[in-house]
Design a protein around this ligand. Structure first.
Ligand code: CA
Length: 713
């Protein structure tokens, strides 16, 4: 064997390498190579490894018997200290990964040597258009190129060998609050990319571009526009029958910001469609007696012809959604035996908390069951496939707040699941967390910031240790092994907090997942027993992948705490502990001996705000504005996570001029802190300052120091 490997090194011939290794002589990626991915299981050619997006690897060199010997092979520090959500690709021995701010790096997969780095130079002001951090979830490969969607709405082709830009297309109206965070997919030379922005007010769509030239081939809108503007395609005409009012004036939502899957036999592309914009349906599409109000195709899975973008079928998970219940979550294709029959299905665990099994040829509903506790619906009607709603959940009808479980961040978000075809189990990175939907009277959309149509300020966490503890207790995460045929949980691993990593399953009988608390672990896929763990020194939210070079299996995961749970939920950002962002690519192998640098200690920071001298009116005004415009990044009730500055500690609190120069004049716009002049005047900005001072004083006076008084270095 040693001689053989020596010969391989001398001749550099792919034919010498072990069967499961990367094929080093094949350069171009095409459909046959992706469809035939199992013949080169050492590679990882598309974000979910295969078009079926199972995120299952046939590699088994690392298995239950030896996983305890797993060690760090190499690591690479990243230059973007924001949430890291991408799954790397591995092609011909090279690892390709996108990082925050839509950068792309290429590494030698065996040694970790950086081969090239590509920076699309996303203007940092774009961050204010992103609901959930400056993240990117991955690249796609076709021919000799890679493709990345950038936060500011471009689709860029990069030469895979050199990192040089080949072409770039703006895929959105950049004057609108569109962003791109999802990974493109490529089908038969068509690069398909969606976008996000439904919290702000946009109309969702996906677009296909020619992989070689960048020419636009087709665009598929998910929601109809104003019927008075003329004829629309038939599928949108039908959709328009399910909308009311003037939904087009704020876009309607339905962004396709993450999941796609493809069945080459059926020639169907499946897309996951997001929430309505604004969330509150009363402002988006007011109920009209005698008229349908499902709002197609939001919160739906839609099947399309990938060559033309033609609509084929849809299944709507949450008709008329009003809770940010997207159906953009990971879609997995598999063939399951159900009641003695092999069914071609797709599976999704969307935000709404139900696990769905759908016939992927016809869109027919097969089954659904809740995988976490759910209170907005009591189940799914087996005949109609529609949720049986709790009447209290439609808060705009009752005019009363409704604390929904799951809430706006979902029972499951973008964090990929995995499916083990041998055991038939799906492994779900689940979230258990509520969210208060508080209707707001006379709500108006604003030209900047969140436009969700509910009162974001009224639900702010009070400065009360008991309330905070109770809320934290009800906010947690789990890795759930789910039997999709029986629709039941088989085992679970509980986590203290939500927002744990995506999942990888392997033929080694293992499930890999990182946690929000900063560990990366391997579990027995049959029992959930933890077999191995390593410290990641930061929260892991991305999904791991695995590859093989020269007979050595590696497991790679991008580490770097971020995303919505690291920003918006205030004290609840800390349910997994105080987690700093340390952005790194971590790569493991059996017997790996690399060492991470020593972990920097988390330093306790004493709150030392100026005395609170704002009038009650100022503080109330500031609180309303903060909840509407600031809290999404700087945290609920002015308690930030560890990724974006916590304003309670800001030196500018004591200096009204400095505060105004940042909030109104936008002097920090190049850091991402844009001017908010379009939505507040200088006096209102000062009211926000008084609100934050007031909050800082409240928290300083809490009886016991709570986690929110700790900060990262
Ligand atoms: Ca959303």
């Amino acid at each position: 064997m040693r001689i053989l490997l020596g010969l391989c090194a001398m001749l550099a011939l792919a034919a010498c390498s072990a069967d499961d290794d990367a094929a080093a002589t094949q350069n171009g990626i095409d459909g046959a190579r992706i469809v035939g991915a199992d013949s080169t299981p050492g590679e990882w050619l598309t974000t979910g490894r295969t078009y079926s997006e199972q995120r299952f690897s046939p590699l088994d060199s690392i298995n239950r018997e030896n996983v305890s010997e797993l060690g760090l092979a190499w690591f690479a520090d990243l230059d973007t200290a924001r949430g890291q959500e991408a799954t790397p690709l591995m092609i011909d021995g090279t690892l390709y990964v996108s990082t925050a701010w839509s950068k792309v790096n290429a590494y030698d997969g065996a040694t970790g040597r950086l081969l090239w780095s590509y920076d699309p130079e996303v203007p940092r002001e774009t961050g204010a258009k992103a609901c959930c951090d400056a993240v990117n979830r991955g690249v796609a490969a076709w021919g000799g190129n890679l493709y990345v969607g950038t936060l500011d709405g471009r689709l860029v082709a990069i030469n895979r060998a050199t990192g040089a830009e080949v072409w770039s297309q703006v895929t959105v109206d950049q004057s609108q609050p569109y962003t791109i965070t999802g990974a493109p997919r490529v089908i038969d030379g068509r690069v398909i990319i969606g976008n996000g922005g439904a919290e702000f007010g946009v109309r969702g769509y996906i677009t296909a571009y020619d992989a070689a030239s960048g020419e636009q081939l087709w665009r598929f809108y998910t929601v109809p526009t104003n019927p008075a503007e003329g004829e629309q395609p038939a599928y949108l005409q039908r959709a328009a029958e399910t909308w009311n009012g003037e939904w087009w004036s704020i876009g309607g939502g339905g962004t396709v910001w993450d999941a796609m899957a493809y069945d080459p036999e059926l020639n169907l592309l499946y897309i996951g469609v997001g929430n309505g914009s604004p969330w509150n349906q009363a402002y988006r599409s007011p109920e009209t007696p005698g008229r349908n109000n499902d709002n197609l195709y939001i919160s739906s899975i839609v099947a399309l012809r990938p060559d033309t973008g033609e609509y084929v079928w849809h299944y709507q998970t949450t008709p008329g959604e009003t809770w940010d219940f997207t159906a953009t979550q990971h879609i997995i294709l598999a063939d399951l035996e159900i009641e003695g029959e092999t069914r071609r299905v797709l599976m999704q665990a969307p935000k709404n908390g139900f696990f769905y099994v759908i016939d992927r040829e016809t869109g027919e509903f097969i089954s659904a069951h809740n995988f976490v506790p759910v209170n907005w619906a009591t189940g799914i009607d087996q005949e109609t496939g529609r949720p049986i709603e709790n009447p209290a959940a439609r808060y705009y009808r009752t005019g009363q707040p409704f604390v929904s479980s799951p809430g706006a961040t979902g029972a499951h978000s973008w964090h990929p699941m995995a499916f083990d075809p041998a055991s038939g189990l799906v492994f779900i990175p689940a979230i258990e967390a509520g969210f208060p939907y508080i209707p707001e009277e006379n709500w108006e959309p604003a030209p900047l910031g969140f436009n969700v149509g509910i009162d974001m300020a009224a639900g702010a966490m009070p400065a009360d240790d008991n309330v905070r503890r109770a809320a934290a207790t009800g906010t947690r995460g789990a890795l759930i092994a789910w039997d999709p045929v029986a629709q039941r949980e088989v085992w679970r691993v509980n986590y203290r907090g939500p927002w744990n990593g995506g999942v990888l399953a392997t033929a080694g009988g293992l499930v890999f997942q990182g946690s929000a608390a900063g560990d990366f672990a391997a579990f027995n896929s049959e029992t959930g027993e933890q077999l191995w763990t390593a410290p990641a020194q930061t929260g892991v939210v991305a999904a791991p992948m695995t590859y093989s070079i020269d007979g050595v299996q590696y497991v790679a995961v991008l580490a770097g705490w971020g995303g919505v749970w690291a920003l918006a939920p205030g004290t609840l950002s800390y349910t997994s502990g105080v987690v700093p962002n340390v952005s790194r690519l971590l790569v493991y192998r059996l017997g790996g001996t690399a060492q991470l640098p020593e972990r920097l200690p988390v330093q306790e920071r004493a709150l030392d705000p100026p005395p609170s001298r704002g009038t009650p009116e100022q503080i109330a005004t500031g609180g309303r504005l903060f909840g509407r415009f600031c809290g999404v990044c700087h945290g609920d009730a002015a308690v930030a996570g560890t990724v974006i500055p916590d304003l309670r500690y800001s030196a500018a609190l004591g200096n009204a001029d400095t505060w105004r120069s940042v909030v109104i004049d936008g002097v920090l716009a190049q850091n991402g802190m844009i001017s908010w002049r379009r939505v507040m005047n200088a006096e209102q900005a000062d009211a926000v300052r008084h609100y934050v001072i007031s909050r800082a004083n409240q928290d300083r006076n809490l009886a016991s120091p709570t986690v929110n008084q700790l900060g990262a270095r």
